[in-house]
Design a protein around this ligand. Structure first.
Ligand code: COA
Length: 527
């Protein structure tokens, strides 16, 4: 990957193409869900695959911004594609909604730790962007062998219900369609919804399924009698609508959304969309996969922004941070893009620019490619600790929405100053060439071997030091891989450079539609 000889555009393109091929293969794993056999069983039961349900629900031809499709990549022996849940934003009856849909072909749609995280994160995004939530429920509740990691703590299953209640109370519709057996935790998703639909014959809701009932009170009962759709629609009143089949349930959901009388706050600041003058297809050859190779980030901006135009703030000062006002898909945006290590000057310039964006109500986009803030005597005497903190403070307290895209390295405090996940940007996406860690493998292995040498009383055992060097390098290489990050929900997904403009454009549209929230603090309480 880090081949310094890859200096020609053609070589960089070839290396990036290989990275894209890897991404697409892994995406195919996510989309396949539980595999052909379980999909066949699913269909035999008269059920539709989760992604087809989503297609039927969305307005025809409208885009779907899927979130974290590679959650669980490399985890749980690869048996939980996409963490068993599909989440994303799409348009239903003309309204942008958050869709949260269980994949019953993946361990019965039960919740692994990453499933819970993904569900909670989708709700956070919905809350902040004022999106109605549509739950397509087909869920076996907590994955019992890992119940200690999904049940009791903040951010676990309970938080999904807490957020559901709070969002409903905050005026954000919570609507469910039930397609399969929903036991225990799974049962509360529809039960806590404002309105719910159940599919006759396959939809079930029960706090305890037949085996639990038998164990608890020695009652023997079949699932349909205990929690079938007809019973809940006609006897218990747990559900509001009965659907003869899945397409009818999805159609009913569309009708409910259509009748919400939903109003958004589209602002008047949108300009006509103008395509960039330079092709996004040139981005791979520009950025490459070697993070040590510098390039001018303005070339990247020219391939992302409307008409390739941007107005730079303080272009002569702090050149390692490019700050610029521009439009993307017609929406105004303030950009902070790394163009080298962050010095005191670049940090102060960034903090100043964020204040201007606050004043002008311009959302912020951080383009991260950063090894960190400058170190060394000169930097410390120049007050880098305080000046970098000023950037962190201005970014953390910005009164406008923030978006983050990791286009290269995301290391150390640079990750923080440039609005990493810990600072709750509204959305955070990464490119397949990105890396995220406290420091690079090179630096980490040097730091740790130096520390070991310093702590030794006598002469160093060179073999032991060599082993430490190699182990550290291996650990940092594995853990800074973007798939390691996305599997654990440290981002909202890995996207391709060619998709980036559309993804960011949709994020800016969602921000625009939720304009009144600009001035308010985030309602989301982070873990
Ligand atoms: N915890 C652990 N594993 C679960 C699970 C759960 N809550 N729900 C389903 N699974 C597993 C099954 O053991 C099976 O695993 P396998 O393929 O390794 O054998 C797989 O998921 C598919 O389950 P299966 O029962 O074959 O699917 P189904 O479509 O016929 O039924 C459910 C789906 C969800 C209705 C059914 O699995 C069920 O009732 N699960 C238990 C629900 C429950 O009691 N939850 C309480 C949580 S607090």
């Amino acid at each position: 990957m880090n081949d310094l000889t890859a200096s020609t555009p053609a070589q960089r393109q070839a290396q990036y193409d290989a990275a894209l091929a890897t991404l697409r293969t892994r995406m195919a794993w996510a989309v396949a869900g539980g595999g052909a056999q379980l999909h066949a069983r699913h269909r035999e039961r008269g059920k539709i695959a989760v992604r087809e349900r989503i297609e039927l629900l969305l307005d025809p031809g409208s885009p779907f911004l899927e979130l974290s499709p590679l959650a669980c990549w490399g985890l749980h022996d690869g048996e939980v594609p996409a963490a068993g849940i599909v989440t994303g934003i799409g348009r239903v009856a003309g309204v942008h909604c958050m869709l949260i849909a269980n994949d019953a072909t993946v361990k019965g749609g039960s919740f692994f730790p990453e499933t819970t995280r993904k569900h909670v994160r989708a709700q956070e995004i919905a809350w902040e962007n004022r999106l109605p939530c549509l739950y397509l429920v087909d869920c076996g509740g907590a994955f019992l062998p890992q119940q200690d990691r999904v049940f009791p703590d903040w951010g676990h299953f309970g938080t999904t219900f807490y957020q559901q209640c709070r969002m409903s109370a905050d005026g954000l519709p919570q609507l469910s369609a039930v397609f399969g057996g929903c036991t225990a935790g799974g049962a509360y998703i529809p039960a806590l919804s404002d309105e719910s639909i159940m599919v006759e014959g396959t939809g079930r809701i029960h706090l305890g399924g037949p085996p639990i009932v038998k164990a608890a009170i020695a009652e023997v009962v079949d699932g349909e009698t205990l929690g079938g759709a007809a019973m809940h629609a006609r006897v218990s009143g747990v559900t509001d609508y009965l659907a003869a089949d899945e397409p009818q349930a999805l159609q009913r959901l569309r009708q409910i959304v259509g009748a919400l009388n939903w109003q958004t706050q589209a602002s008047a600041t949108r300009q006509p969309v103008r395509a960039p003058l330079h092709d996004a297809a040139e981005i791979p050859a520009l950025v490459g996969t070697d993070l040590r190779r510098p390039y001018d980030v303005r070339e990247l901006l020219r391939r992302l922004l409307d008409a390739s135009e941007f107005q730079e703030f303080k272009p002569e000062y702090g050149p390692t941070l490019v700050c610029a006002s521009a439009h993307l898909h017609g929406y105004p945006v303030g950009i902070l893009a790394n163009n080298g290590v962050l010095f005191s000057e670049s940090s102060l310039k960034g903090a100043h620019f964020i204040e201007l964006c606050n004043q002008r109500r311009m959302p912020l986009l951080f383009l991260q490619n950063i090894t960190g803030f400058m170190v060394g005597t000169e930097a410390e005497r120049g007050g880098i600790a305080k000046h970098s903190a000023k950037l962190v403070y201005a970014m953390a307290t910005a009164r406008v929405p923030r978006l983050t895209l990791i286009v290269g390295g995301s290391y150390g405090a640079g990750n923080y100053g440039m609005c990493g996940r810990g600072f709750a940007p509204r959305f955070l996406f990464a490119w397949p060439n990105s890396r995220i860690a406290t420091m690079s493998p090179d630096v980490a292995s040097t730091v740790l071997t130096e520390l070991r040498r310093a702590s030794l009383k006598g002469p160093a055992d060179e073999e032991q030091i060599e082993r430490l060097e190699q182990d550290t390098r291996r650990q940092f290489e594995e853990q800074s891989d973007p798939y390691y990050a996305t599997a654990r929900l440290w981002d909202d997904g890995i996207i391709e450079p060619a998709q980036t403009r559309d993804v960011l454009g949709m994020c800016l549209q969602l921000i625009d539609e939720s304009t009144p929230r600009f001035a308010g603090p985030s309602p989301v309480y982070r873990m």
